[in-house]
Design a protein around this ligand. Structure first.
Ligand code: FBP
Length: 341
């Protein structure tokens, strides 16, 4: 990966500061991979908190020990590098400016330190997701408001998945590339240059147990998928759901598919389940750079104007033709509603 990024720099596609920032994040992911890999032997499984009191994060979720540890590893690794002006984490209420005791840089880093929390203790793939923005000119001590930039403003995005192998998937706006951690030499090695998502797919990923809570267009969309070749879609679809977004998206970047976490009556008040800044935006940039599409069901994800650091959104991403099909069901339903209105 070091050589790949250096070649990108020589080609003028990335500057030294952003290259070194990505190297720092990758190094932190190596440490997290070691901690996750130790599992029970490392005493890192189970809930954080003490005296039987769960530790609850800003999302209102009980934190896992590995959530807290991964967050600390990323905070510590990025505190002194000199590439950042501030950081924001899914696990922390507010963003944190780099202390003025440390050199500051021009970038803002956002991350979900450990995605797939429900799978941490059961040895299923989890991961770290990150997104990089520019710090607005003239701002030396950034606040939450300076992070509220649309996904199109990302200068880099990636995730590291901790599974059978540890892989870091990255884009700096020139394609999406995958690097596998060679544990013997301790380096990420380029193993897939220019990942490309097939236009069409027969594979969908959604938590079906939420079906009764879905909106009408989502009910219709999945209802037609499930009818297979006898139905209006004219082909059979298979389903996969790992419940770790990093693992589901990695499968889609590797062989296609559609991932969705739609709006449902359980999460409607929050605007959705998944977080725009830490999950939807970085994954959407990676998917678009691999030829796929990403939407809220009604709008291109990367054009959503953020209103809050922990904002949640409905998510549809993956094979372009299938995402467009899902969006069509929503648009047809909405225009009918307006027509009837
Ligand atoms: P966190 O684990 O970071 O909170 O992420 C949310 C997430 O676990 C996604 O990774 C995954 O796609 C989804 O929630 C699973 O949701 P559900 O538990 O409803 O299947």
């Amino acid at each position: 990966m070091t050589r790949h990024l250096l070649e990108e720099q020589r080609a003028g596609r990335i500057n030294a500061d952003l290259r070194l920032l990505i190297e720092v994040v990758a190094r932190a992911c190596k440490s997290i991979s070691i901690a996750v890999g130790k599992g029970a032997l490392g005493g890192v499984l189970g809930d954080a908190g003490s005296d039987g009191e769960a530790s609850i994060n800003v999302q209102g979720e009980a934190q896992k020990k590995l959530d807290v540890l991964s967050n600390e590893i990323l905070m510590e690794a990025n505190a002194w590098g000199g590439h950042l002006a501030g950081l924001a984490s899914e696990e922390m209420d507010h963003s944190v400016p780099i202390s003025d005791a440390q050199p500051r840089g021009n970038y803002l880093l956002l991350f979900d330190p450990l995605d797939g929390s429900s799978n941490i203790d059961v040895n299923i793939s989890v991961g770290t997701i990150f997104s990089v923005l520019r710090c607005p000119d003239g701002v030396t001590t950034p606040g939450d408001e300076h992070f509220l930039q649309p996904g199109t403003a990302q200068v880099a995005a990636g995730y590291c998945t901790y599974g059978p192998s540890t892989m870091l998937v990255l884009t700096i706006g020139h394609g999406t590339h995958a690097f596998t951690l060679d544990r013997e030499i301790g380096s990420f090695v380029l193993t897939q240059r220019g990942m490309t998502i097939p236009e069409e797919t027969r594979e969908f990923a959604v938590n079906m147990s939420n079906q009764r809570f879905w909106e009408a267009p989502m009910q219709a969309y999945v209802g037609d998928l499930l009818q297979g070749r006898e139905g209006p879609r004219g082909k059979d679809f298979n389903m996969r759901w790992v419940a770790s977004m990093v693992a589901d998206v990695h499968r889609i970047l590797t062989r296609g598919g559609i991932f969705s976490y739609p709006l449902d009556s359980k999460c409607a008040a929050k605007g959705g389940k998944l977080r725009l800044m830490y999950e939807a935006n970085p994954m959407s940039l990676l998917v678009e750079q691999a030829g796929g599409a990403a939407s809220t069901g009604r709008q291109r994800m990367l054009e959503v104007r953020p209103t809050g650091l922990h904002q949640r959104v409905p998510v549809f991403l993956g094979s372009r033709a299938e995402v467009e099909a899902a969006v069509r069901y929503h648009h047809e339903h909405d225009s009918q509603e307006q027509g009837d209105g």
